[in-house]
Write a protein that binds this ligand. Sequence first.
Ligand code: GLU
Length: 480
Amino acid sequence: MTVRVRIAPSPTGDPHVGTAYIALFNYVFAKHHGGQFILRIEDTDRTRSTPQSEAAIMRALRWVGLSWDEGPDVGGPHGPYRQSERADIYRREVAKLVASGAAYRCFCTAERLDRLRAEQKGKSGFMGYDGHCRGLDQATSDARAAAGEPFVVRLAMPKTGQTTVVDRLRGEVHFENTQIDDQILMKTDGFPTYHLANVVDDHLMGITHVIRAEEWLTSTPKHVVLYSAFGWTAPEWIHMPLLRNADKSKISKRKNPVSLDYYRTAGFLPEALLNYLGTMGWSIAGDREKFTLQEMIEAFTFDRISLGGPVFDLVKLSAVNADYLRALDDDGIVARLRDWRLSDEFLRSLVPLVRKRIQRLDEFVPMTEFFFSGDVDHAPWLKELVPANRTAKDVSECLLGLIEALDVQRDFSPPALEAMARGFAEKSAWDAKELFMVMRLAATARKATPPLFETLSVLGRDMTRRRLRLCAEFLKKAKP
Ligand code: GLU
């Protein structure tokens, strides 16, 4: 058997460090066994998926040093590798389940489902669909569908017994069937949900091992039931421990930067990041922590995975990075600097920001230095950060609100950012001028900078978010 594994990101946001972590373990497992690693884009959520996010995920995975044998950009024999291009396949496959009775059409209206949810709320016992349409006979169901009545397709979960997931790392995990909802497989618009598309694709793409984060473990019994409903052999399941913040909570952007773009901008070396991710829940031998991708491939086995939530720690990662950086010779470091912020491309993006003010070349570095530093120090600016009639706490909360607004701001061009900030000022009853000064100080730790929105646009979402958060934390602790 040739090992075939995949990473299946949903392109709904920034490239996540957890995606690189899971991709890495898929990759090394495949390569250890001479198998294939596939990239599949799970863009069934039509409202949240964007081509920009897809491109960013691919760029970031390549940046850390991973490449795939099949995928939307490189092609392959099992394409298309983007779920939005496979709608006909899911419709064809789900029809088989409806015909066999393993799935059924559900015509319940949104109002009925709302009522049901309201009735179940606060009561103990099963929460979920009550099976109202499950008993419809096939002829009635066909006739209602033919008459154009909207419906979803649901999985007819067994109502008794248990479903067992055999996980390579955990052994048998049992789930009570009565606790599992009749999962929607296809929505009223004819698009599949994650569960259907994921199982159909894993099967049709010949995936032999599903290596994914443990947050998916509770979905797996539904997948096990789906495989058997289709009459297909299920892949082997391996649910990797989740990356954790220092306080052991699931890694989140509230506590740690999670975007791979942040790590690139902040000057981490991709091979150091990859090495560090390799130590998350896995060890090569004893307490050895430094190894190359090739060494990890050669030594890889799931036996050395430990399930006690690995902590993704920026301080530790920086120490690993230092090791890699210092091992480079001088020319090597210069080359990395050029790949990073001293590239022609990046310098060119700064020139328009300073062109109007610059008189001599020697002013360029002082005018732009905050583009080249990661974290900045807000301490000297406490007075300026807090406008009259505001408290440090107000400003801190305002910055947290801005971070949320920036998170959903897909268009990071200067005019779009300005419109967002003006809208935010109006909504939160801030004077726009005051707000802009707070933003400038928080993002750059300087009072005079090139135009604010041009500056933020070049600084990018991740670095802007990081600095705004640091500033919010600083203000929260500051004496009023
Ligand atoms: N699309 C899912 C995700 O975003 C894939 C989960 C899986 O690997 O099955 O992580």
